[in-house]
Design a protein around this ligand. Sequence first.
Ligand SMILES: Nc1ncnc2c1ncn2[C@@H]1O[C@H](COP(=O)(O)OP(=O)(O)OP(=O)(O)O)[C@@H](O)[C@H]1O
Ligand SMILES: [Mg+2]
Length: 140
Amino acid sequence: MRLISKSPRETKDAGKRLGRKLRAGDTVCLYGDLGSGKTTFVKGVAGSLGIPEREIASASFTIISEHEAKPPLYHIDLYRIDSEADLETTGVYDYIGGDGIAVIEWAEKMPETEVAVRVAINIFPGDEREIVIEGMEEDP
Ligand SMILES: Nc1ncnc2c1ncn2[C@@H]1O[C@H](COP(=O)(O)OP(=O)(O)OP(=O)(O)O)[C@@H](O)[C@H]1O
Ligand SMILES: [Mg+2]
């Protein structure tokens, strides 16, 4: 599925719509340049689970943030990871396919998880973003 977002609000809404379809054990891999809107999209996913969007922070020193919800949301940001060894020490694999929903920014830093929903965000001129979502079955 491909859509165009014209504002952060529209990107959040796209995240919210995807979030409503996610279940415990699902993984969402986010791809896109610095400032493309990955965290903004995650705020929408969080919103769909009843998590206040202010709880979703941008890349800090926290690689994994756990958010209480039903199911819980694991917000993972691999921006600072630069080796497979690094990745192992984060324990990121413990959060995938478990009791919660894992959303992963900078997912290109880990080997591809075949079962994941993939969200690619491309920066277009101005505030436009192209959002391409793969691996989630479309509504009938
Ligand atoms: N249509 C849009 N969708 C999302 N963000 C937008 C849009 N238009 C402008 N922006 C701006 O782009 C920035 C996106 O920031 P955000 O932190 O979500 O990006 P990110 O991909 O998570 O970056 P990083 O790679 O640093 O983690 C924000 O400043 C936001 O206001
Ligand atoms: Mg981010």
